[in-house]
Ligand binder design. Structure first.
Ligand code: ADP
Length: 799
């Protein structure tokens, strides 16, 4: 108090003290205060006595009840108050007052009426220039703006401040709202130096601003954190819910214990159960979050999914099977009989499969669909896997579980899919298995297909023997030539040959047309595909041994009809006539129009067998000046090259004396077999090569509707060849009318359908002389050559 300048007031004994609880009043401020009834009454009485009454407003240092206030609890600096009005309210008296000036309490006394103080005035020390004052005021205003920006509706607060000229007024206006302690506000009241007071006020404002920013930051952080926590909690809850749901789906209500229950309920054999229990224990030890857990779960799922016991044994009904096979497939009588015989044996053997059926034939001849019909007839599940292109043994036998992404082999996967122990299991394209550095899948298949071994098939993934002896395996292939002999040994081959045009027609009419129409949502009774149309499709729009291409063309017609009906261009009933085919299917695709070909010397038609059915091929030969060289093109194999050489030698030996004008030493011969991109081999082209060369050197063309097949020897004999049925059917399809065959192949004609036999002429030959007679109408001298010709032949062969 030494710095305080005081001045004794005249009426110094008479100042009544109004204790201000939790309030500091600043000079020049008009405000309202609430006082208790006793204080209010006293003041009213005093006002009645004298209109000039100036009580002192003194702030109480602590928060006390009015009865507890003592002299020492009052600050010693306050304000001289002018009472403007006084009103009685429910809580006390409301005084409207104006703080006139700061005063210092020199002494204070207390009686029944309250506190009375002797005072002296406190004067401000004006130690600040106007310019400084201005700067400080601006700074104060800016800071107040900054603070109030954080509160909505702050304009109502900042508006009056912007209009206030004096800093005192601003302090008086703002101080009640400033979030600083009472002591801090009191200090501000007690400072006499204006400069110090203003700067202190500014500092309080800045502190407040920073404090508010800090709080905002803090609130933001807290709310971000709580949002994150909320989000995490929510995700955790969701995860828990999903896990619970998954567990319910898997039948595992409480984590992994579901497995235990499922294993106990399952009909696994004891050794499998033991293994499964060990895995469950492993799962429990590792915990469901460990990286091994999905591997164990997958394995346990496999053990639980696999059928381990045969639940129901349906007895084989031979008559029913026959009916279903007849109903689903046209013709194929031999094949059907073989299947029925096989099933009869199976029935006697209590359904343990002895040998495995292998259906061999060109594509689209019904091999796979026969498998499906067998499954239907036996009332068993049907599973098909394609072995085409499989090079890896693990595809059959599975991967060991130690590998990442290990899976069981295709056999075990198929059984799992079937869900029964005795499905009809079709192993498609067994002739297209490959071999690679990762093992030989064919040897793994041996174990699957060998009835001696397949009751304990071992899959690397499963690690437990699995009994496949109840499975009805059927294999399919286009050829037996690429099937490894040990595997072929275990298979019972049933050959399915190409269809004749007539068979194709009936398959189309009775099976494929109704099937295609119904697959495309068409009611076949109101849509007719005329017989002539079907025959035209077979003749001109397909070139195949089976009926897959025919089905595709019929599907195209069905799509066409569907579009017309949907777009209301056609009304039912409707008919597909031959003349509509060009519009629907486009131009004809038939390749070999033999009848239309122009006969030229040096060209002969041969017959070939391929895994996709028989075919015809043209052999062309030509002469040119040269040195006696023989050129062969068209990707001919070794055997075919040999046949070409034999033919050339035979020609030279047989024709030397009938065509002396041809000097073989000055001519090169070129033989070409078109479709150069397809490799060709085999001995059966022998007589065709010979005929083409004979036609060339005699200048006589061979009839384009004549085809030949047969092997030749250097002595001029014609030897029998294979694939006769396929070759004849292909020739018939291609429009050939006469076929020259080795005599020894006569027996094969028994297999040819009657309708085809009736449309073809067969000439059975034993020697090339008969071939020449039949093809070129030439009779040759026996080969007793002059010695000069013998020399030229040997010279040619040295080249
Ligand atoms: P593959 O397995 O021999 O290649 P698919 O069994 O797949 O041939 O047969 C192709 C289509 O031809 C199937 O729609 C099938 O029903 C039909 N099919 C084949 N042969 C006949 C047939 N003899 N009778 C009826 N439909 C047949």
């Amino acid at each position: 108090m030494d710095l305080i300048q005081t001045e004794k007031l005249e009426n110094k004994n008479k100042h009544y003290v109004i204790p201000l609880i939790n309030t500091v009043i600043y000079p020049n401020i008009q405000t309202k205060i609430l006082v208790d009834y006793a204080t209010g009454k006293y003041l009213l009485e005093e006002i009645k006595k004298t209109s000039e009454i100036y009580p002192i407003g003194l702030t109480v240092q602590e928060q006390l009840n009015s009865s507890d206030i003592s002299k020492s609890s009052l600050y010693t600096t306050g304000n001289l108050l002018e009472i403007i009005s006084i009103h009685k309210t429910d809580e006390g008296y409301l005084l409207s007052i104006k703080a006139k000036s700061r005063v210092h309490i020199d002494s204070i006394t207390q009686n029944d009426l309250g506190f009375f103080a002797e005072i002296s005035e406190r004067r401000d020390i004006v130690d600040i220039y106007d310019s400084e004052k201005w700067s400080v005021r601006e700074e104060i205003r800016n800071t107040i703006h900054d603070i109030s920006m954080n509160f909505t509706g702050s304009e109502q607060f900042t508006g009056p401040i912007d209009k206030m000229e004096s800093i005192e007024s601003i302090i008086g206006f703002v101080l009640p709202f400033l979030p600083v302690s009472l002591a801090e506000k009191q200090i501000l009241l007690e400072i006499d130096s204006l400069r110090t007071r203003y700067l202190r006020f500014l500092k309080l404002l800045i502190d407040c601003k920073e404090n508010i920013h800090f709080r905002i930051e803090l609130t933001k952080k807290v709310s971000e954190k709580s949002a994150r926590i909320n989000r995490e909690t929510m995700l955790r809850e969701q995860m828990k819910a999903i896990e619970e749901e998954l567990n319910e789906i898997n039948g595992a209500e409480s984590g992994d214990s579901g497995y235990q229950e499922r294993i106990n309920r399952s009909s696994m054999p004891d050794d499998v159960k033991k293994r499964a229990n060990t895995e469950v224990k492993k799962l429990e030890i590792n915990g469901s979050q460990s990286h091994e857990s999905p591997i164990i779960r997958n394995y346990l799922d496999l053990l639980l999914d696999l059928p381990w016991v045969l639940n129901e044994k349906k007895s084989i009904d031979i008559q029913k099977t026959r009916n279903i096979l007849n109903c689903n497939h046209f013709g194929l009588n031999k094949v059907k009989n073989r299947i029925i015989e096989h099933l009869a044996v199976l029935k006697l053997k209590q359904e343990k499969q002895g040998s495995i059926l292998l259906l061999v034939g060109p594509p689209g001849t019904g091999k796979t669909s026969l498998g499906k019909s067998i499954a239907e007839a036996l009332g068993r599940e049907y599973i098909r896997i394609s072995l085409g292109g499989i090079k890896d043994e693990s595809e059959i036998r599975g991967h060991r579980r130690t590998y990442v992404g290990a899976l069981p082999g295709r056999i075990i996967q198929g059984i799992r899919r079937a869900g029964t122990k005795n499905p009809v299991f079709v192993l498609d394209e067994i002739d297209k298995l490959g071999v690679s550095y990762s093992g030989d899948p064919a040897s793994a298949l041996l174990e699957v297909l060998d009835p001696e071994q397949n009751n304990s098939f071992s899959d690397h993934y499963l690690e437990l023997p699995y009994d496949l002896s109840d499975v009805f395996f059927i294999a399919t292939a286009n050829t037996t030539s690429t099937i490894p002999p040990p595997l072929l040994d275990r298979l019972e081959v049933i050959e399915i040959s190409s269809y004749t045009k007539q068979e194709m027609f009936f398959i189309g009419k009775e099976h494929l047309v109704p099937k295609s129409l119904s697959e495309h949502g068409l009611h076949n009774e109101k849509i007719t595909i005329e017989d002539a149309t079907l025959r035209l499709i077979i003749d001109k729009y397909t070139h195949e041994a089976g009926v897959r291409g025919l089905k595709k063309q019929l599907d195209q017609i069905s799509r066409y009809i569907s579009e017309k009906i949907v777009s209301e261009k056609w009304n039912l009933p409707c008919k597909i006539t031959p003349d509509m085919l060009h519009d629907i299917l486009g131009k004809e695709i038939r390749r070999h129009e033999c009848a239309k070909k122009i006969a030229v010397p040096g060209v002969a038609t041969g017959l070939a067998w391929t895994p996709i059915g028989g075919d015809i091929l043209f052999i062309e030969a030509t002469f040119m000046p040269g040195t006696g060289k023989l050129t062969l093109t068209g990707q001919l194999g070794e055997v075919m090259k040999e046949s070409a050489n034999i033919s050339m030698s035979l020609i030279r030996s047989r024709f030397a004396h009938t065509t002396p004008h041809i000097d073989f030493m000055n001519r090169d011969v070129h033989i070409h077999v078109p479709s150069g991109s397809t490799p060709k081999d085999g001995p059966s082209a022998g007589i065709t090569l010979f005929t083409a060369l004979a036609s060339l050197i005699t200048g006589k063309p061979v009839d384009t509707r004549l085809a030949l097949t047969g092997e030749i020897t250097l002595s001029g004999s014609v030897l029998p060849v294979g694939g006769i049925k396929e070759k004849i059917l292909a020739a018939h399809r291609a429009g050939i009318t006469k076929i020259i065959l080795p005599k020894e192949n006569s027996v094969d004609l028994e297999e040819i359908p009657l309708d085809v036999l009736q449309e073809l002429t067969f000439v059975m030959v034993e020697s090339i002389d008969e071939v020449l007679d039949e093809t070129l109408d030439i009779s040759l001298l026996p080969p007793n050559l002059p010695s000069s010709m013998n020399q030229s032949v040997s010279a040619f062969n040295l080249i």
